[in-house]
Design a protein around this ligand. Structure first.
Ligand SMILES: NC(=O)NCCC[C@H](N)C(=O)O
Length: 409
């Protein structure tokens, strides 16, 4: 077992997890930007942070080591050359066209007192006035007059689940559907390429941010050491699932089957984990609205070890899961109890997006009381966290966490 990265299930006791504490990027979210930056409302940062701190405390109190993305990135760029390369790449991925402004932004960033302060600023976004105050320049000839930012904020960073995922002892460094979220993956690239904990570990990358088709972490579920589930969704292309399957099989990882869940392409169901999460060995939450349209394909290594074989599964979901997880029976716990009104409301606020910290033990949002009651009735132990502001970004406890190490089952 690797003690660096080890995730062979969704439910094994969580030992180490990566989070991002919501930062000033939330204070740069404006109504005009919400659509492009994938928010439906503007969270109140002070309360979002309190809620997030409660989440982190809940995890720590249950024996989980919590590390923060922003700290790992700051530690990864200690070497001055790496730091400069990082800043150059970051700037190359902004929309700044003027050479002079690029140089100015580079100088501005490199003059921050600490790496951590610089990284926080990169995440927060750079307003025009930040640069104007720093150096008395007139920016209107360089960037659109009315647009307030030189560099856009990245408000989705607190959803650490998506830009990369730990799968087995490797990493899927994802290529995201949208420009705004793809920028986030640069931070993960530097963590796994340059952080002292990871740089000499020969970590296999199952996917790379330079791949051309998209795949996001909310669609990547590790059901067991033999089975992965990957959503084909609003954010993940079918061809990405085939690509990652080939790479994982070629590397002789333990996984034998990838179940591709083709779900409706819809904002509310952007990733598989917004409608389906594992809560115990044989229990899952599910949003009832996907059960009708859902099609599952199994992907396996070809007999001669060359390529993959894809088959459409003909059974109902409970039977498919029972077959591949080698269980007698699987129970699906329906979001909102299957009532259309409760299900719709609670799925929208991530009622089916639970984070398992041990078999039968999950973190959930307080607001989804109908689904939470049902989980308890099914014998699941709940760790309930406040959820007024965090939920405005359309993600729940699983979306806000990236496991690095889980105990093997
Ligand atoms: N795994 C997840 O479902 N993550 C939630 C991501 C929410 C974010 N606002 C997004 O649209 O990407």
């Amino acid at each position: 077992m690797s003690d660096i990265l080890n995730v062979y299930s969704e439910i094994g006791r969580l030992k180490k997890v990566m989070l991002h504490r919501p930062g000033n990027e939330i204070e740069n979210l404006t109504p005009d930007l919400m659509d492009r930056l994938l928010f439906d409302d503007i969270p109140y940062l002070k309360v979002a942070r309190e809620e997030h701190d409660f989440f982190a405390k809940t995890l720590r109190e249950n024996g989980v080591e919590v590390v923060y993305l922003e700290d790992l990135v700051a530690e990864a760029i200690e070497d001055e050359k790496v730091k400069e390369k990082f800043v150059d790449e970051f700037i190359a991925e902004t929309s700044i066209e003027s050479h002079r402004l690029r140089e100015l932004v580079k100088k501005y960033l490199l003059e921050f007192k600490s790496n951590k302060a610089m990284v926080d600023k990169m995440m927060e976004g750079i307003r025009k006035e930040d640069i104007q105050t720093y150096e008395r320049v007139h920016l209107s000839d360089m960037v659109g007059t009315l647009y307030p930012f030189v560099v856009d904020p990245m408000p989705n960073l607190y959803f650490t689940r998506d830009p990369f995922s730990t799968i087995g002892s490797g990493i899927s460094l994802n290529h995201m559907r949208t420009v705004t979220r793809n920028r986030e993956t640069l931070f993960s690239k530097y963590v796994f390429s340059y952080h002292p904990d990871y740089k000499n570990e020969n970590i296999p990358f199952w996917y790379d941010r330079d791949d051309t088709t998209s795949i996001e972490g909310g669609d990547q579920l590790v059901l067991s050491k033999k089975v992965l589930a990957i959503g084909i969704s609003e954010r993940t292309d079918a061809s990405s699932v085939e690509k990652i399957a080939k790479r994982i099989f070629e590397h002789n990882e333990k996984f034998e089957t990838i179940l591709a869940f083709d779900i409706p392409k819809k904002r509310a169901f952007m990733h598989l984990d917004t409608v389906f999460t594992m809560v115990d060995y044989d229990k899952f939450t599910i949003h009832p609205e996907i059960e009708g349209p859902l099609t599952v394909y199994s992907i396996k290594k070809a007999q001669n070890n060359e390529g993959i074989v894809i088959e459409k599964e003909q059974m109902i979901l409970e039977e498919i899961l029972a077959k591949y997880l080698e269980l007698e029976k699987v129970t699906l716990i329906r979001c909102g109890g299957g009532n259309m009104v409760d299900a719709g409301r609670e799925q929208w606020n991530d009622g089916s997006n639970t984070l398992a910290i041990a078999p039968g033990e999950v973190v959930v949002y307080s607001r989804n009381h109908v689904t939470n009651k049902l989980l308890v009735e099914h014998g699941i132990k709940l760790h309930v966290i406040p959820s007024s502001e965090l939920s405005r970004g359309r993600g729940g406890p699983r979306c806000m966490s990236m496991p690095l190490i889980r105990e093997e089952l």
